[in-house]
Ligand binder design. Structure first.
Ligand code: C2E
Ligand code: CA
Ligand code: CA
Ligand code: CA
Length: 275
């Protein structure tokens, strides 16, 4: 078998080498990018249905690479997790989002809350909760304004990540379960984790106006959320028809291109403008 498969085997490991080379390159470039300040944050509104007034924003990281252009977070976040750079990058993200929120607050234009994505690796890192508390104190942001978005997968195995979630909640920070329905053991987690927000993954939202499996799941998830006293946020809402149908199903929070794309925050107004 070894002989017959030799060609495929070699091709496979060559692909693997290419992939690990590319990953190593990206990993090294991420380090440089952080030092050179190539990252920035954008913010996407989370609105109340049906009127669409903004109740929160979610911060999303962007990387503008001098030659590659924008690199998608779906591509570089997993690499940053594997190299461990996510710990330092994640701290930069949290501080930047808190500074932005504090600035909005001072100018009287802050949304009610703001969400920051936190990866599995960050949650499990010793000292993570202390770091969060220190950044809130340093930026003067009240813990109740912050929503930490974690995925089901990040908190699945229990252990340090789960302890961190409890400690964050103990500080008064709200926890949102992200991409809800796509990870492990979603419903079981709701019994034990101090989660108050379910972000229903866009894969369940996109076909919500058509009869079928996805509409059934979107309907069930809002019932679970309402039954447990949790807030469900419909992710990836792109059309007014989806928004109307979600409202009819009982959703009261939504996020997606229909309401607003992720956008850079406006710079602080100067005194002369404000006057
Ligand atoms: P996520 O946390 O589920 O973020 C929502 C993603 O959906 C964002 O993609 C957003 O731009 C996109 N989106 C929003 N509305 C719509 C819509 O109506 N239609 C469609 N098709 N997409 C929509 P983005 O910014 O590319 O981020 C992808 C993922 O990368 C995020 O998924 C999150 O898992 C991760 N990520 C992004 N920023 C951060 C960060 O600061 N820290 C960490 N740890 N992960 C991040
Ligand atoms: Ca998120
Ligand atoms: Ca999500
Ligand atoms: Ca996602």
């Amino acid at each position: 078998a070894a002989k017959a498969d030799g060609g495929r085997q070699r091709r496979y490991s060559a692909d693997l080498d290419d992939r690990t080379d590319e990953e190593a390159r990206l990993g090294a470039e991420l380090r440089t990018a952080l030092d050179r300040g190539e990252f920035h944050l954008v913010y996407q509104p989370i609105v109340e249905l049906p009127h669409g007034n903004v109740v929160a924003v979610e911060s999303l990281v962007r990387w503008w690479h001098p030659e590659r252009g924008y690199v998608r977070p779906d591509v570089f976040i997993p690499v940053a997790e594997r190299t461990g750079l996510i710990v330092e990058l994640g701290e930069w993200i949290l501080r930047t989002a808190c500074l932005q929120f504090a600035d909005w607050w001072r100018r009287g234009v802050a949304p009610y809350r703001f969400g920051v994505n936190v990866s599995a690796r960050q949650l499990a890192e010793p000292g993570f909760v202390d770091m969060v508390a220190a950044i809130l104190a340093e930026t003067g942001v009240h813990p109740a304004r912050l929503i930490v978005e974690v995925t089901e997968t990040a908190v699945f195995g229990g252990g340090a990540a789960v302890r961190a979630v409890h400690e964050l909640n103990g500080l008064g920070i709200e926890i949102a379960l992200d991409d809800f329905g796509t990870g492990h053991s979603s419903l079981g987690l709701l019994q034990t984790l101090p989660v108050s927000i379910l972000k229903v993954d866009k894969s369940f939202i996109e076909n919500v106006t058509m009869a079928g499996r996805h509409a059934v799941i979107a309907t069930s998830l809002i019932q679970v959320a309402n039954g447990l006293g949790l807030v469900a946020v419909a992710e990836g809402v792109e059309t007014p028809e989806q928004a109307a149908e979600l409202y009819r199903l009982g959703y009261r929070r939504a996020q997606g291109y229909h309401f607003g794309r992720p956008a850079m925050a406006l710079p602080a107004r100067t005194e002369s403008h404000a006057a």
